[in-house]
Design a binder for this molecule. Sequence first.
Ligand SMILES: [Zn+2]
Ligand SMILES: [Zn+2]
Length: 96
Amino acid sequence: MTNKGWKNKNGTSNRTCNCGSWKNHWINNSGEKWPARCSILGCNNSATLGAHIINNNVSGEYIVPACDSCNKLISEFDLKGRIKLVSANKQKTCQQ
Ligand SMILES: [Zn+2]
Ligand SMILES: [Zn+2]
């Protein structure tokens, strides 16, 4: 999957899932440890939340570890290499 041209999905702040938080959703479905740093290229802040992101060239919505300020970015951003994207589709993940 591409690392380039991602955007935050607007209007997701009230969404919930069975995992309790989108951070836990990422941990439960990625099979990886929560990373120390935000997934957005060029950002060195601590990863504190699971951000909903979308891409014009990729179908679906995904969760990545991010910091609070990157979760508010309006412009497009690129992701760091080797970031695991977890589907935000609950039917495919935590509501099976
Ligand atoms: Zn979940
Ligand atoms: Zn960040």
